[in-house]
Design a protein around this ligand. Structure first.
Ligand code: HAM
Length: 441
């Protein structure tokens, strides 16, 4: 026997039994987002590496350690046209925001009616240390609003997110944590305050924090190492160093959220792992922190990113909700989810003549939009009835040799085992009546 090839580390298969949760999550999300005026968009999985160097920031983990490079095999040689130049350094997308920004700039969305509100289901790739809830390929519901700097956009996008969480019946378990980390005008003050506090503590901090002290002191606040966390409590809160405009912006976000009935907790340490954020930052977490992957989603405002990626200055706000983590939560909580459309009618055929009768019947039922199929590879009545049971079929249509000759068919109710013999020509009418009766029961 040949050696089996197993799945790449950190990747996972989503098997049929889990698919109904994904379909449910996608459907709930699309309905809610579209009702809030968001439009769907799809951007490529492969993008130029520079997009993330300038997007997420050189200091971020996803750029420093986690990018999956895409190597081209072969080259088009000397005659390589100029427009191939940006296919040289490609990566698999580690997050969705930078791709949305590129598309916003490249398609001139600035000329569309503002704000431009977009969403997508994006598959992201991060070369991370895999564990439950943390994979090297993961999926996010990615939502972005471009072109409005007012706090109303922050609050209304958070309202859409909270309503999705309510639709999923997870609102009793999750909480939105909020912070503001200022903008260009006050980030310097925030850094200075943090550096003043942390400087005497430097020898006690982990190596990464010692480096980040110089490169990005805000990230000292979200270090997970115990030796660093003990100092966090007394660290200066970012909101205490905000400039007047950022403070006013944040206060209005909170007031609008109160008006909208969206609950939140303030978290002074919430700085996020990506460098593009300005002003509002937030995460969706489990109330009970003992969960290993406690964060289900996160986002915030990023008013400088469009300009940093070559566009006109354009304010923006958005979030990413981790779908694997949400699906896991739905399953853990035993949330009832409708099964995907499954076989309602199984056509059972006994013998060659019956098979030939069964095929046009199946074609005709399918054309009517009924979920009908045959038990392939099974010959006996018993084994085919067992298949009908396993598939959850409501009706079995049995065509034996005798029925094939008589021009009749047996319609069996799979719930109570009752059977009727009906003329072949009447079968569709009988099926519709029986399905309608069963739907009422
Ligand atoms: P992020 O915090 O890196 O933000 O990811 C958002 C969510 O994606 C996380 O809270 C988590 O639920 C899920 N996630 C991230 N990495 C993994 C992983 N390795 N395995 C499973 N789930 C994961 C962003 O990516 C930003 N682009 C969000 C955003 C949109 N900000 C503004 N707009």
């Amino acid at each position: 026997m040949e050696k089996m090839i197993s799945i790449a580390r950190g990747m996972r298969d989503v098997l049929p039994e889990e698919q109904k949760y994904w379909a449910y999550l996608r459907s709930v999300t699309q309905t809610r987002l579209q009702s809030f005026g968001f439009q769907p968009i799809d951007t490529p999985i492969v993008e130029p590496k520079d997009l993330y160097l300038r997007g997420a920031g050189k200091e971020s983990d996803i750029v420093q350690k986690e990018l999956f490079a895409v190597s081209r095999t072969g080259s088009r040689g000397e005659d390589e046209p100029q427009d191939e130049s940006n296919t040289r350094d490609l990566v698999l997308r580690p997050e969705g925001t930078a791709g949305f920004v590129r598309a916003y700039i490249e398609h001139g969305m600035r000329t569309w009616s503002q704000p431009v509100k977009l969403y997508s289901f994006v598959q992201n790739f991060r070369y991370d240390r895999p564990q439950k809830g943390r994979y090297r390929q993961h999926t996010q519901i990615n939502v972005e609003v471009f072109g409005d700097e007012t706090p109303l956009t922050d609050a209304m996008t958070l309202l859409a997110l909270w309503q999705i969480i309510q639709d999923l019946q997870l609102d009793d378990q999750l909480v939105i944590e909020l912070n503001s980390i200022g903008d260009k005008a006050c980030r310097g003050q925030i850094r200075t305050a943090l550096k003043a506090y942390y400087e005497p503590l430097l020898p006690h901090l982990c190596k990464q924090c010692q480096e980040r002290f110089h490169s990005n002191p805000l990230r000292l606040l979200d270090c997970k190492q115990a030796e660093c966390q003990q100092y966090r409590e007394a660290a200066p809160a970012t909101i205490d160093s905000l400039c007047t405009e950022c403070r006013a912006h944040f206060m209005l976000v909170l007031e609008y959220l109160d008006e909208a009935g969206v609950p939140y907790d303030l978290n002074h340490y919430l700085v996020r792992g990506l460098d593009y954020y300005t002003r509002t930052t937030f995460e969706i977490r489990h109330r009970d922190d003992s969960h290993r992957q406690a964060v289900l989603g996160g986002g915030g405002r990023y008013d400088d990113l469009v300009e940093a990626l070559g566009g006109q200055p354009t304010p923006a706000f958005g979030f990413g909700l981790g779908m694997e983590r949400v699906v896991e939560k739905l399953i853990d909580r035993g949330i009832e989810v409708k099964p995907l459309m499954s076989t309602e009618i199984l056509v059972i055929q006994l013998g060659d003549r019956a098979k030939k009768k069964a095929i046009p019947l199946l074609v005709s039922l399918s054309k009517k939009g009924l979920a009908a199929s045959m038990a392939l590879g099974k010959e006996s009545l018993k084994s085919q009835l067992r298949s009908a049971d396993k598939m959850g079929a409501k009706l079995a249509l049995i065509v034996g040799e005798r029925e094939a000759i008589d021009g009749t068919i047996i319609v069996r109710n799979m719930f109570d085992g009752t059977q009727d013999t009906v003329a072949f020509d009447d079968v569709e009418m009988v099926i519709e009546r029986k399905l309608a009766e069963l739907a009422q029961d």
